[in-house]
Design a protein around this ligand. Structure first.
Ligand code: DOR
Ligand code: ZN
Length: 440
């Protein structure tokens, strides 16, 4: 298997920010050569008319296996990912049971190995009681800390626990930055039974900012490595940028929904738009775009959080929080490029280069020799509307249904294997666990 080769011929790719025609020779799952013509006798994939990009790396997904496979599992989630041009996912620990013990980590590794069609990495979840076990976990993407409760009930309230983590851990700490005490205070002070639009008041920007501050403080003191998940406001990004200027090793991500949806989605669809952190009013979204364009936001990750519509379209308190989008990651970003909100180089940086760098994923994130041949061949001229009936995620719906998007993946290759293409999926090969550089 390792010596199998493939020549991708006729594609264009970004060379110093410009699209140029190049052939890509793949050998043993890695990129062997990129040149104007590769004249090996390798089998050919005719990519004329298509643009080759490094496969997207979604650093924040919830694939729900084990425990909630009626919403998603590694097979369905990874198929959805491939359709969205995603070749690597990093999965969050709020499964059932949660990934908060060595046994649960081993079990999730077994499940992902058996079914994922994309490469993958796993986060370990911190609780108030498992610090030693979290620190002992090997080969993980990082340790996830929920400072506010969300789906699954993982929660760290104590600053001492957070401090102990940063004091001892050399890897990446990812925080869900919403402050639980402030959330509960706002909820108690509401004065009426909460409705969908109250979500943004209960989980407001000051509450998010306070959690970012609580995470930055020990990260700065111990020189730890911090990643702030799903920023929802310019305020959070500005706090990250200030800390970075002071030497803190901190990065942040934004979701497609915080860039492309806003509170009006909740006005239109009620609790279906419930997500943590909440969709904000339009000005926050516009300001986030500015910060993305300025490079202040490091990367885009979907926070793909599949729930069935029957679990979403309920009274606000009972409705599940979260929005799915892994299978639209590249189409949504390519549409933003078509609208000239981003350049194609920005798309690659935000969806592939930066996540590989932020998490230290080996051999991923670039179309360069020696890197894994994780390649998505996109048709920038393909125009399609998001069809809810054709959603591959088991949740079976999309908040972007009906949107016309320009630019779609045609082929998605994982380590040189065409896993998704015009004739559908080739599920004959499984994804592998990625490896992380420990020194960073
Ligand atoms: O809305 C959310 N849903 N936010 C999270 O942090 C978790 C996610 C989920 O797992 O459903
Ligand atoms: Zn999440």
């Amino acid at each position: 298997m390792t010596e199998s080769t493939l020549a991708i011929r006729g594609a264009r790719m970004l060379v110093n920010g410009e699209l140029r025609r190049r052939d890509i020779l793949v050998a043993g799952g890695r990129i062997a050569k990129i040149d104007r013509a590769v004249d090996a006798e390798a089998p050919t994939l005719d990519a004329s008319g298509l643009v080759a990009l490094p496969g997207a790396i979604d650093a924040h997904v919830h694939f729900r296996e084990p425990g909630a496979t009626h919403k998603e599992d590694w097979a369905s989630g990874s198929r959805a990912a491939l359709a969205g041009g995603v070749t690597t996912v990093l999965d969050m620990p709020n499964t059932t049971p949660p990934t908060t013990s060595a046994a649960a980590l081993a079990d999730k590794r077994r499940l992902a190995s058996a079914s994922s069609l994309v490469d993958w990495g796993l986060f370990f979840g911190l609780t108030e009681r498992n610090l030693a076990e979290a620190l002992a976990a090997q080969g993980i993407a990082g340790i996830k800390v929920y400072l506010g409760s969300s789906t699954g009930g993982l929660l760290v309230l104590s600053d001492a626990t957070l401090d102990g983590l940063f004091a001892a851990y050399g890897g990446t700490v990812v925080v869900h930055a919403e402050d639980e005490r402030l959330i509960l205070q706002k909820l108690a002070g509401l004065g009426h039974a909460p409705l969908p639009l109250d979500h943004g008041r209960i989980r407001d920007v000051p509450g998010a900012l306070e959690a970012v501050r609580r995470a930055l403080e020990p990260a700065a003191r111990h020189g730890g490595r911090l990643h702030v998940a799903h920023v929802s406001s310019p305020d959070e990004v500005e706090a990250v940028v200030r800390a970075r200027a002071e030497g803190v090793r901190v990065t942040c991500e934004v979701t497609p929904h915080h860039l492309l949806l806003d509170e009006s989605f909740v006005v239109a669809y009620g609790a279906r738009g419930k997500v943590n952190p909440p969709l904000r009013p339009l000005p926050a979204r516009d300001a986030l775009w500015e910060l993305v364009r300025a490079g202040a936001v490091d990367l885009v990750a979907t926070d793909h959080a599949p729930h069935l519509l029957s679990e979403k379209d309920l009274a606000y308190p009972q409705a599940a929080a979260g929005l799915p989008s892994v299978e639209l990651l590249l189409p949504l970003l390519l549409e933003s490029a078509a609208e000239r909100r981003l350049s194609l180089s920005d798309v690659v940086r935000l969806s592939s280069e930066a996540p590989a760098r932020a998490f230290g994923i080996e051999r991923k994130g670039r179309l360069e020799p020696e890197h894994d041949a994780d390649i998505v061949l996109v048709d920038l001229l393909a125009v399609r509307s998001v069809n809810a009936a054709a959603i591959r995620s088991r949740c079976g719906w999309s908040p972007y249904a009906g949107r016309r998007l320009r630019g779609w993946p045609v082929y998605t290759l994982v380590r040189g294997h065409v896993a998704f293409g015009p004739s559908g999926y080739d599920a004959s090969r499984r994804g592998r666990e990625v490896t992380f550089r420990s020194a960073r």
